[in-house]
Design a protein. Structure first.
Lengths: 384, 262
């Protein structure tokens, strides 16, 4: 049923219907509305879960790790510095192959302090072995939580997942969202059946030493699971589409890219602005298209290569910067297109909440057409 | 009194909500500093994240606005590098007692020569009123909609047990006493911990039946009991109401200190 709802509330409802058994979270702007709503739901007995008001993000994810190891479906949400504080535990959760799902309301990292949106936080954790989904709008943000749990808990995968949506831009925006019913969700997402869990009758140890004789193999298995996740995502996304009409089987999604000469690659809410810019540029006779990356981990290199083999140039928009290199997405897209001759040009933009408008996208396409790229876009040179 | 001179007039007005108690605590601290005769270029403020931690941004001296909960380790670094400087930490209950709890007890254990002023509003104010480790049992917050089910920390007892040389608690009602306590804390070598209970009308008061700002200040007045009187009650085995706010100087001692100028 269509509801006009705030992004955070829509996500909280999706989480509730996913029936997590343990939620642990620490307040941080702009994630708070999600977890406050969940706290209300637990207090009102709408959701049968333990809600733990922990003392830090480190403790939040640690509690989720423990609860997941004990066999529960678990949930947390954070952003920015909170995610940075979870860094150590993120590797532990994924290394123990525990399917925790966590919402990231993407926000810039300090210093300087910023509560506004970019994607530096989750992109900086690209190497920690979690699935990473990015939502363009609140409908997608909502739906991706069901898919995230389904894929994460798939015995072929068993990896934790970030569901990322842009802080404030989506989290605090009211949009129409088609909410599933509890019956729908229960049909799609059955109760969590752990492959293994802490069990006094059948004791196991998790997270023990792996000596140099074994460690490399653990990492290999981890990477293999991430590769298998591609199929699991496609399968879950297709099943979701068949059941509810919104197909998420593709890890990347094209918009007017089939005959494009310039392809823009973007992640998250920026894609909506890019689509509007493309429509205007198409009307003006420019062949521009978008390839949206919905799933950044596993990275859809083959899908990007297949979708863009015909274009003359690729402009990659990064709301992050790997300082000293480029935007992380540009680096990986260039790797995916290795051997192709078209230029792959990166643009770092929108950091710390700087607005990106349709005119900016048009300017970037002009820059790409003249071969200028691998640069920050939109700098206020007067303050430099 | 010239604490106005310590404020960055160009950064005013501040971001604090109408009725917030933090301004009172900042003024008391600056007045105490003024009384100490400290120079602006020898005084450094350090803070973490939260409403309290915005304070150094309004003060003319050098300051470090750091990560959530970590003001004390950052301040320790500053003090060890420049022992001749006066280091003051502004922090809050969420910053100090939750995410930074570990650093709090270790700074007290080391007894490093800094002054810590904690604005305890019993809630995470800046993020919109979630329950913190000093939210009283039964108090309402956005994450404890039917009342907190966990006991709250007594920050002063924690500081004493961990080893701080000077520990005191006052409230935003007790302006003169608080100013004096901060000054005595600054005069005392070692870690001085001054807890200042503050009203948060926006996120604590309105959820907990303090309909007016002054209702909560009046609550602080009427529910405060001097530490000595409290100890007398305890000695005689007389019950003290749960909601009592014990105020006064808790400890003033001479444990070995770290970070003094050589």
């Amino acid at each position: 049923m269509l509801e006009i709802t705030e992004g955070s509330h829509a996500v909280a409802k999706a989480v509730k219907m996913s029936r997590p058994q343990v939620i642990a979270a620490y307040p941080i702007t702009p994630q708070t509305h999600i977890v406050e709503t969940l706290a209300d739901m637990v207090a009102d007995c709408e959701l049968d879960a333990e809600y733990i008001t922990v003392e830090s993000e480190f403790s939040a994810l640690s509690a989720c790790l423990g609860a997941s190891a004990a066999g529960s479906r678990t949930y947390s949400a954070t952003t920015s510095q909170g995610l940075a504080l979870m860094f150590e535990v993120c590797f532990n959760v994924s290394g123990m192959r525990l399917p925790v799902v966590m919402t990231i309301a993407n926000r810039a990292l300090g210093a300087p302090l910023s509560i506004w949106n970019d994607q530096q936080d989750s992109i900086s954790l690209r190497d920690c072995g979690w699935l990473q989904f990015y939502a363009e709008d609140n409908q997608e943000a909502t739906d991706l939580h069901y898919i995230a749990y389904k894929v994460a808990e798939n015995p072929e995968v068993l990896l934790p997942a970030f569901v990322c949506f842009d802080g404030f831009i989506l989290s605090h925006t009211y949009e129409p969202v088609d909410m599933l019913t509890q019956e729908d969700v229960d049909r799609f997402l059955p109760p969590y059946k752990p492959v293994q869990k802490l069990d006094a009758d059948d004791p196991i140890s998790m997270g023990m030493y792996a000596t140099p004789d074994y460690y490399l193999e653990f990492r290999y298995e981890h990477d293999q699971a991430m590769k298998r996740a591609k199929n699991a995502i496609s399968k879950a996304g297709k099943e979701f589409g068949e059941m509810f009409g919104r197909d998420y089987s593709a890890l990347v999604e094209g918009y007017r890219v089939e005959d494009a000469e310039t392809a823009i690659i973007a992640i998250g809410s920026l894609c909506g602005t890019v689509k509007d810019a493309i429509d205007e540029m198409r009307t003006a006779g420019k062949k521009v298209g978008l390839l949206k990356i919905r799933c950044f981990r596993p990275f859809p290199a083959d899908e990007i290569r297949d979708a863009l083999s015909h274009v003359k140039r690729v402009a990659v928009l990064d709301k992050n910067i790997s300082v000293g290199a480029k935007g992380a997405v540009a680096i990986e897209v260039r790797d995916a297109l290795y051997g192709k001759t078209m230029p792959v040009l990166g643009y770092v933009l929108g950091l710390g909440g700087r607005d990106v408008r349709i005119s900016d996208i048009k300017n970037i396409v002009s820059l790409a057409e003249s071969g200028k790229g691998d640069q920050f876009y939109g700098l206020r040179t007067e303050v430099l | 009194m010239s604490y106005d001179e310590w404020l960055r007039q160009d950064r005013l007005p501040h971001i604090y909500c109408a009725g917030c108690g933090n301004g009172t605590i900042i003024n008391c601290t600056l007045e105490a500093i003024d009384g100490m005769g400290w120079k602006k270029d020898e005084t450094i403020f350090v803070s973490g994240i939260g409403c309290s931690s915005r304070a150094p941004g309004y003060i003319v001296t050098d300051s470090l606005h750091t990560t959530h909960g970590r003001a004390l380790p950052f301040a320790t670094g500053v003090k060890m590098a420049r022992p001749g400087f006066h280091v003051v930490v502004f922090t809050g209950d969420g910053d100090l007692a939750a995410i930074g709890g570990n650093h709090f007890i270790h700074a007290c254990r080391r007894n490093i020569d800094i002054t810590v002023v904690c604005m305890n509003n019993q809630i995470y104010g800046m993020t919109g009123g979630q329950g913190s480790p000093t939210t009283p049992m039964g108090a309402l917050s956005t994450t404890t909609p039917f009342g907190s089910a966990e006991p709250a920390f007594d920050l002063c007892e924690l500081a004493i047990a961990a080893g701080a040389n000077y520990v005191a608690r006052w409230t935003s009602y007790h302006v003169k006493e608080l100013t004096k306590a901060v000054k005595v804390g600054m005069e005392t070598p070692g870690l001085s911990f001054i807890e200042a209970m503050v009203q948060c009308p926006t996120n604590y008061g309105r959820r907990n039946k303090f309909r007016q700002v002054l209702d909560q200040v009046e609550y602080f007045r009427s529910h405060s009991m001097m530490r000595l009187k409290y100890l007398q009650h305890e000695e005689r085995g007389e019950p003290v109401p749960d909601a009592t706010i014990v105020v006064g100087e808790f400890v003033n001692r001479k444990r070995p200190v770290m970070g003094l100028p050589k």
